[in-house]
Design a protein around this ligand. Structure first.
Ligand code: NAD
Ligand code: XAI
Ligand code: MG
Ligand code: MG
Length: 352
């Protein structure tokens, strides 16, 4: 465990230097890793672990788009691709990568297959933390661990293929065998993370639900809509409103933040922009603080879980979700975005 200083606060982090892939292979050499659910996280984790040389099988509902995707990704029915029930029977580490609502529906199926000494693995603390709502209460004689990649399963796979990786948090909820810790770390290394940040199930789910509802997704989408609306209502063209709200954000400025921090992005903009942004940042922080506190309270009270479960368990919910996304896609803002994306400049090939 390396002690790393984060802005003046020291934290313990597991690194690939002390826990290389070879050690992960040793820890998991007798395990059959059953990835249950092949939606977004399932493919990323299953394919990375397969490419990293682990014994992985997939369990997925047949006659579904996800089953077809698994087949096209090279999982073979009867060899490495099974029904959920059969994969859970065969697996010694059962990776519950069903949707959080799906995990509730399938819990009785998985629970009866969690025999003594097996491991139950999650990538979210949702099911365990909100067990009063999910009824997910594991048997006492299994290990219960978590590895949560810090990003989309799509990025997990893309970065792995590009020779990098996404880091993950990890946690132990139950250590029945005395080996839960090393199994969790080995799984984290297996999915391609170079650094693993220790947390607990509750902290993981509270921070994750706040992050995705807040800055990462909800607040981002909301503030973009608000600024686009103001610019349009003040007479600006769609392309001008979109460029000043989204295109420059994603193509120019956020990559600079990712590269070297906020001050680096600021210092690569004009002093006029820096002055204005520094003057207005506090206003935006103060205006959003109460909303973010309300959001955290809603997560901590279990209300966000309640709503996720209620909506996610409604028959036909996926279609409703698709309709909501279509409304976003069809809006003037994002239709403008589709056109602007086609106009991204490419460097012309200069003939020798
Ligand atoms: N999406 C991500 O990139 C991401 C990132 C980090 C953590 N997670 C966590 O990983 C887990 C999986 O998330 P996901 O986004 O990959 O899930 P998802 O919504 O893509 O669904 C995964 C699979 O669950 C199956 N499923 C859903 N309901 C079912 C039911 N009732 N019966 C049988 N199968 C059912 C679907 O067919 C699908 O293959 C969740 O706990 C999530 O919070 C996801
Ligand atoms: C990719 C995210 C937003 O980090 C994850 O938390 C999810 O739920 O999909
Ligand atoms: Mg999440
Ligand atoms: Mg997340």
């Amino acid at each position: 465990m390396a002690t790393i200083n984060f802005g003046g606060v020291e934290e313990n982090v597991v690194t690939r230097d002390e826990f290389p892939l070879a050690k992960a292979h040793e820890v998991l050499k007798d395990e059959t890793i059953a990835v249950i659910g092949y939606g977004v996280q399932g493919p990323g984790q299953a394919l990375n672990m397969r490419d990293n040389g682990f014994n992985v099988i997939v369990g997925q509902r047949k006659d579904s788009a996800s089953w077809e995707k698994a087949v096209s990704d090279g999982w073979v029915e009867g060899e490495t691709l099974f029904s959920i029930e059969e994969a859970a029977d065969r697996g010694t580490i059962i990776c519950n990568l069903l949707s959080d609502a799906g995990q509730i529906a399938l819990w009785p199926t998985l629970k009866e297959r969690l025999t003594a000494g097996k491991t139950l693995y999650f990538s979210h603390g949702f099911g365990i933390t909100f067990s009063d709502q999910t009824n997910i209460i594991p048997p006492a004689d299994v290990d219960v661990i978590l590895v949560a990649p810090k990003g989309s399963g799509t990025s997990l796979r893309r970065l792995f293929l590009a020779g990098g990786g996404l880091n993950s948090s990890f946690a132990i909820f139950q250590d029945a065998t005395g080996k839960a810790y090393e199994k969790a770390v080995a799984m984290g290394i297996g999915v391609g993370s170079g650094y693993l940040f220790q947390t607990d199930f509750k902290k993981e789910v509270y921070s994750d639900l706040t992050g995705e509802r807040g800055v990462l997704m909800g607040a981002l989408a909301g503030i973009i809509e608000a600024q686009y609306q103001v610019l349009r209502q003040r007479g600006h063209s769609p392309s001008e409103a979109f460029n000043e709200t989204v295109e420059e954000l994603t193509q120019s400025l956020v990559p600079l933040v990712g590269e070297n921090g906020m001050d680096w992005m600021f210092s690569n903009c004009s002093v006029t922009a820096q002055r204005g942004a520094l003057d207005w940042k506090g206003r935006f922080r103060d205006a959003t603080l109460p909303v973010l506190n309300e959001l955290y309270d809603s997560v901590a009270s279990g209300e966000e879980a309640r709503r996720t479960i209620e909506r996610g368990s409604t028959p036909g919910y996926r279609k409703e979700l698709e309709a909501e996304l279509k409304e976003v896609r069809d809006s003037e803002l994002w239709q403008t975005g589709a056109t602007v994306r086609q106009l991204r400049s490419k460097t012309e090939n200069v003939e020798a």
